[in-house]
Design a binder for this molecule. Sequence first.
Ligand code: SAM
Length: 362
Amino acid sequence: MTETLTRDNRVGQASSLASAWAMPLRDSWGRTASDLRLSLTDRCDLRCSYCLPREGVKWVARRELLDSSEILRLAGIAIHRLGITQVRLTGGEPLLRPDLLEIAAGISQTFVAAGRDPQVALTTNARSLAPLAPALRAAGVQRINISLDTLDPDRFAQITGRDELASALEGIAAALSAGFQPVKLNTVMLDEASLREAPDLLRFCLERGIEWRAIEYMPFGPHTVRVGSAEQLDFSKLRPVLEQEFRLSPVRDNIDIHAPATRFQVFNLAGTKRLGTMGMIASVSTPFCASCNRTRLSPTGLVRPCLFSDLSCDLGAMLRRGATDDELAQAWVGVTQGKPSGHGLGQSDFQSPTISMAQIGG
Ligand code: SAM
């Protein structure tokens, strides 16, 4: 069911942990942000056609990227003052940051200093994960989401522009050995070939104790170039395709009301053996904006309350001009109030953000 918010129908989250904070990141629709997506760089070592173009990208100047002490200061404000309860490191490709371990450990220690469980997660394409996985785990990263759109080497090269499937698979194996819990694998459903491959990707994950998540392609940002057909894939075709090989049973008692995925228990076709779980994230056709609890910080320190809106506040510039922690916290609270009620994708007046997912942080 599609969720919508109206001014008279705001989500009441007064009981949530974040609302109890001195300065919760509450928007004018009654939602409270407690999940920080921290984009560490706009650079990526892959060039997925739907995310980053192969040529002509305007990279952020290196001097504009926040350094580790600036990132840790903003993360500290978010955790100590604004009720952020979990931080996901993303990008671009976060593994490209030479100071990634220092940042992960610093955020983990900030949670401990605030008297809370460290909740640090990472989203990566896993291409260079294999040598880093144990150190990341030791630095306090607990959960990992790996993006992989295909198990076919040729299609991988076609989508990403790099013949590097083997490295990504090594990274996945290393994540499992290092003990991240959970390991999830995210696949964007791009075209009919994605649909055909879906049962193989699900089986690959089930065999390894990974939760597979199929993501609806979002016509988003300046680089809306996909592989395959020009039409948006009908995401509702996915379940019938999977049900030719598996039995899916919706998970009804989803404990995290903010989790965007519709989750399923997966059984063999006869229904006699439970094989694992999977999720479908239909951000476009079934938006979860009404329960969105995210706030995003770009590699230069732009806070964006909504992935789909250019509404932002430049905390990076404020910080470099000498703003106090109080001023930074207040600015973060202030820009959050203007968070739109929904992403508006598919509506005639929808305006795509002017920067890409890689620049904002996916
Ligand atoms: N480099 C890291 C990775 O690959 O996971 C983190 C950043 S990447 C931008 C995060 C995720 O956003 C990837 O899973 C990618 O497939 C997804 N993504 C990028 N553009 C998208 C779009 N238009 N629709 C849906 N997902 C998208």
